[in-house]
Structure formats: C-alpha cells, structure tokens
Ligand binder design. Structure first.
Ligand code: FE2
Ligand code: FE2
Length: 183
C-alpha cells in the first residue's frame, strides 16, 4: 500500500496552491471519517481523498483524465486510481462511481467546499458549527455559487446517507484538522 507520506509528496509535486492543499486535506479527513464509520480501511480511503485532485492545478482541461498517468508514478493500485477518476463523473469524465468509497468521495468533494465556505463566514470558523448553519447556506443559492448542490443531493441518494449525517460527519472531520486548513 502506498503510504500517506509518498502520496503527499506526489500531491506537492503537482500542486503548489495553498487552497488546493487545504481542499485535499479536507477531503482526506472526511474520507477517513466515513471509512471509520463504515469499518473500512481508513488509510486507504484517506489516500484517495488526498490525491483526488492531483491533476487539477497543472492539467485543468484534462481533469480526471491525466490523473492515472501521474498516480502511476507512485504505483497507486488501480482501484484507488479508478476511485479518484470517478469523482468527476458526468462533469469531466464518464468513470462512474460504483463502490461505496467512490460514492462517498463523489458526494463529499463538493460538500467540503460548502462547509469550508461556511466556516470562512463565521468568526469562530469551524468551532461549534452546526448542521443547521450549513443547511442555511445551502439554501442561499448566491452563497458559494460554485458548489453544486444538486450533485451533493444526487450523491447522497447514491451512497444512501442522508444529508444531515453527511454534513455532520464532514463538520466533525474538518473540525479535527481546522488548524492545518487555516480555520
Ligand atoms: Fe476534482
Ligand atoms: Fe476536489
């Protein structure tokens, strides 16, 4: 299995922006939290989260298509590569999320963005954030307009986890690493 250290090294080779690094950490932490809840391999899910946007900064027009080539550099197993590519399903590729790990990634990629944007609006940032405050921002379509609410809804149905539970787990996971993500 590829270690987190090796994965992080690859991430940093292809991504220099701090906000992308923070996003990768958010998705990693949230994937870990869901793996724990489901009794799955936390390290395995976490690496997928950490590396999911590996090709975004340098190859935005080939997002999820260039990734396999970059991930092969560290011999990432094919099923983790498949999972990574599937987060762009119907947005930038046609790799469908079929396994549980893939459905969760698909859903929380956008959701972490909404929670992050919500935290930026609060003086306390992640501290004491409630599901309700995120839902309020969800309903305000002008807020974090780039976050695709429909996709989160679709993902929630795909993985069979209700929206409030998705939000709560994401909040908990991001609160744990708030210092590392500047919140
Ligand atoms: Fe992406
Ligand atoms: Fe992402």
């Amino acid at each position: 299995m590829v270690t987190r250290e090796k994965a992080l090294e690859l991430f940093k080779k292809y991504n220099k922006s701090e906000s992308l690094y923070h996003h990768a950490l958010c998705v990693e932490a949230t994937m870990r939290a869901f793996a724990r809840k489901k009794g799955e391999d936390e390290e395995y899910w976490g690496i997928v989260g950490l590396l999911h946007d590996i090709d975004w900064e340098m190859f935005p027009s080939e997002h999820c298509k260039k990734a396999p080539e970059l991930l092969k550099e560290i011999d990432l197993p094919d099923d983790q590569i498949h999972a990574i590519c599937s987060h762009g399903y119907q947005v930038c590729c046609d790799v469908e999320p079929t396994r549980e790990m893939e459905k969760v990634l698909y859903t929380i990629d956008e959701l972490t963005g909404l929670v992050y944007a919500t935290a930026l609006m609060r003086p306390e940032h992640m501290n004491g954030m409630s599901v309700k405050s995120v839902k309020k921002k969800w309903k305000s379509s002008g807020f974090a307009a780039g976050v695709n609410r429909e996709l989160i809804q679709k993902g929630s149905e795909m993985c069979g986890i209700e929206i409030p539970e998705l939000i709560q787990t994401t909040i908990d996971a991001m609160t744990e690493i708030s210092a590392e993500i500047g919140l």
